[in-house]
Design a protein around this ligand. Structure first.
Ligand code: NAD
Length: 335
């Protein structure tokens, strides 16, 4: 089997590449990534050494390039490539529409042209919008995205669905809750808080800190996508979630406790516009139909993650010393 993974130099994509290249030595893997600010080849050192892995630098909106890669015997496409940061989508929505919607359309067209066996779109629970105090997102929940990021992901999901309904393309969509774990870019909540705490810097928490997210350790997400590739029924959507609802402030306090730092470092900052209050996933379908079970609880996953950031200081030091630092200063300057 030959699998084209797009966006495989980002956080989840690189974890997935490393997981699959190791697990399936007889498969061939091609990783197509544009290496935006979020792509980092350092994440892939384990796979680089393996003969069944190849990296191609390029954009998913480049039809000619995607066509030439898929024409070379690709059986499956897994699309992680995206602009993924909600805050950035509020200030620069254009690139979100280009990569997330138009890029997906190019991949779908090429997949159709070459009759590939499976197309997997890695989507997000954010397409469902927000929940009140109770209830869960199921695969039947209506799409109601609230940010330019989630709207672009929802647009892509609808195209994927349409290519199945109109052309019979064998597709799956996975909608996952918030991931955490190794190689998570320092702009996202958990790595940002770990790194700031380690540096003795303030920990900026949006609003009242009571927004709820359902956290999933990234390796459990990788295992879910592996199952969907091999066992997912064409045309189906699968929600993936760890049943680990936590408020942002609980996460921050937990990190400070694990690192033995004071809660005085917490600083509440002005909330993000359109900030969804609560996400929670009902993952019954993937559990019962495909037999998926997460291996990590939040307790085991967060300890492993903190340990990884302690052991890989060079990895994140290099990132936060570059352009990211300018972005960070801009983002929190006037809040
Ligand atoms: P990320 O931002 O860390 O990585 C995205 C990768 O895509 C980067 O390597 C980047 O270089 C690449 N990329 C961006 N534009 C590209 C383009 N035009 N062509 C080729 N490559 C391009 O994102 P992530 O957190 O790893 O998320 C991966 C996918 O999973 C995304 O589609 C995201 O919507 C989805 N998702 C993420 C989460 C989460 O918690 N991080 C949760 C649910 C779903």
């Amino acid at each position: 089997m030959k699998i084209l993974i797009t966006g495989g130099a980002g956080f989840i994509g690189s974890n997935f590449v490393n997981y699959m290249v190791e697990k399936y030595p007889d498969y061939q893997f091609v990783n197509l990534d544009a290496l935006t600010y979020a792509g980092n080849l350092e994440n892939l050192q384990k796979s680089e050494e393996k003969p069944n892995y190849r990296f191609v630098k390029g954009d998913i909106t480049d039809r000619e390039l995607v066509d030439s890669l898929v024409a070379d015997g690709v059986d499956v496409i897994v699309n992680f490539a995206a602009e993924s940061h909600v805050d950035r989508s509020i200030t620069e929505p254009d690139i979100f529409v280009k990569t997330n919607i138009m890029g997906t359309q190019v991949l779908l067209d090429v997949a159709k042209k070459h009759n590939i066996k499976k197309y997997v779109q890695v989507s997000t629970d954010e397409v469902y919008g927000t929940l009140g105090e109770t209830g869960y997102f199921t695969e039947e929940t209506s799409l109601a995205p609230n940010s330019p990021y989630s709207a672009s992901k929802a647009g892509a999901d609808l195209l994927v669905r349409a290519y199945h309904e109109t052309y019979g393309l064998p597709v799956n969509i996975t909608r996952c809750s918030n991931n955490y774990g190794p190689y998570h870019f320092p702009e996202k909540l958990i790595p940002l808080m770990i790194i700031n705490a380690l540096k003795g810097k303030e920990l900026p928490v949006y609003g009242d800190g009571l927004n709820v997210r359902d956290w999933l350790y990234v390796e459990d997400h990788c295992a879910a996508i592996d199952l969907v590739i091999h066992k997912g029924k064409a045309g189906e959507v699968y929600n993936v979630g760890g049943n680990n609802e936590r408020t942002n402030i609980e996460i921050v306090k937990r990190i400070l406790k694990e690192l033995g730092k004071s809660e005085d470092l917490i600083r509440f900052v002005q909330d993000r516009p359109g900030h969804d209050r609560r996400y929670a996933i009902d993952a019954t379908k993937i559990r019962t139909e495909l037999g998926w079970e997460p291996k990590y609880t939040f307790k085991t996953g967060i300890v492993k993650t903190i340990q990884w950031y302690l052991e890989n200081q060079k990895w994140w030091e290099r990132i936060i010393s570059g352009d990211y630092q300018k972005y960070y200063e801009q983002q929190y300057k006037n809040r």
